[in-house]
Design a protein around this ligand. Structure first.
Ligand code: AMP
Ligand code: ZN
Length: 303
């Protein structure tokens, strides 16, 4: 496709070609059959690439225990992104008040109560509690595919409120975990470039909240804890992160009492392919019609 980058034009093209279906809420559009086909085929390619690693597969619902979100410190670090599930647990009188307000066009949400769950903000979070205790020799490697929620409404088709991540999570000896993260960074770059994406890697930070958050983000960059692979999708100057690689050091292993087989300290790292973003990067790079994509790309995805 031409090297013109504009948010509105790209969004309009996605809608016109029934790749996405607007719902009236930013970052909450539906995905069409062709979009889904690309996304699932890319995910399958990742799984094939990593097959020999023998990752254990886990699957979780897109909700997390509220207590787990609290324990992870998510509300200290990213309250602006959190999503909470509320429901009605009141009396009949209160229910009548709710419907009364609804019919009168008044706000009603304060009549709901928080449930025991929140929306999952990362696919790997429910995995860590399962590592508690002594790890097997050599540590563990797990993969999950999960829907995650982030409260960041935006007109950019690449910034969604609900999207999927294919994650790999490694836990074990500090050295082995960093090596694994670095190896995957090279592997991820090769995989994405092999699909014709002009992908580059860079150090990165998470959007920690507030002034203290700015310091945490700077520290994250200093220590080179997070890397991203980026590709231009809606802007040439500000390429979009399509894959992230995080070394958590002992952040999760300390919280969940995870230790190596010999009881020494364990580290964790994870990587996540943003599946919608990779799909959008492929569409931006190769065009709205996958039948017309370069043969070398098609062969890898549609073989
Ligand atoms: P993070 O946990 O923020 O590093 O995100 C992991 C990956 O998910 C990123 O590399 C992106 O590919 C993707 N991602 C993050 N935020 C969004 C979003 N708002 N919409 C779509 N994809 C996202
Ligand atoms: Zn993760």
């Amino acid at each position: 496709m031409s090297a013109v980058y504009d948010v509105e034009g790209f969004y309009a093209g996605l809608v016109e070609n029934q790749l996405i279906y607007p719902t009236g809420v930013q970052g909450a559009y539906g995905r069409g059959a062709v979009f889904e086909d690309i996304l699932r085929r890319f995910d399958a390619l990742v799984l094939r690439t990593a097959e020999a690693d023998g990752a254990e597969e886990m699957m979780f619902p897109p909700i997390l225990p509220r207590a787990l979100i609290e324990k992870l410190g998510y509300l200290e670090n990213f309250p602006q992104l959190a999503g909470s599930v509320h429901s009605f647990a009141g009396s009949e009188a209160r229910a009548r008040e709710l419907t009364g307000r609804l019919h009168d066009g008044q706000r009603w949400e304060d009549l709901l109560d928080p449930t025991a769950v929140m929306l999952a903000p990362a696919a790997c979070y429910p995995v860590y509690p399962n590592f508690s205790g002594l790890l097997p020799e050599g540590g563990r490697l797990v993969t999950v595919l999960g829907w995650v929620y982030r409260h960041e409404p935006s007109p950019e088709p690449t910034r969604l409120q609900s999207f999927r991540m294919r994650e790999y999570i490694r836990v074990g000896a500090p050295q082995a975990v960093v090596q694994w993260r670095d190896d995957w960074l090279a592997r991820g770059l090769a995989l994405l470039r092999g699909l014709g994406l002009p992908a580059e890697s860079d150090v990165a930070s998470d959007p920690f909240f507030g002034r203290v958050g700015k310091m945490m983000a700077a520290n994250q960059v200093d220590q080179r804890l997070k890397f991203e692979i980026l590709a231009p999708v809606i802007s040439q100057d500000k390429p979009t992160a399509i894959c992230s690689f995080n070394w958590h050091q002992d952040h999760f292993s300390a919280k969940f009492g995870i230790r190596q087989a010999d009881a020494s300290v364990a580290h964790t790292a994870c990587l996540g392919f943003g599946l919608e973003r990779v799909t959008l990067a492929l569409i931006k790079t190769h065009g709205f019609e996958p039948e017309a994509w370069p043969e070398a790309v098609r062969q890898q995805l549609w073989s």
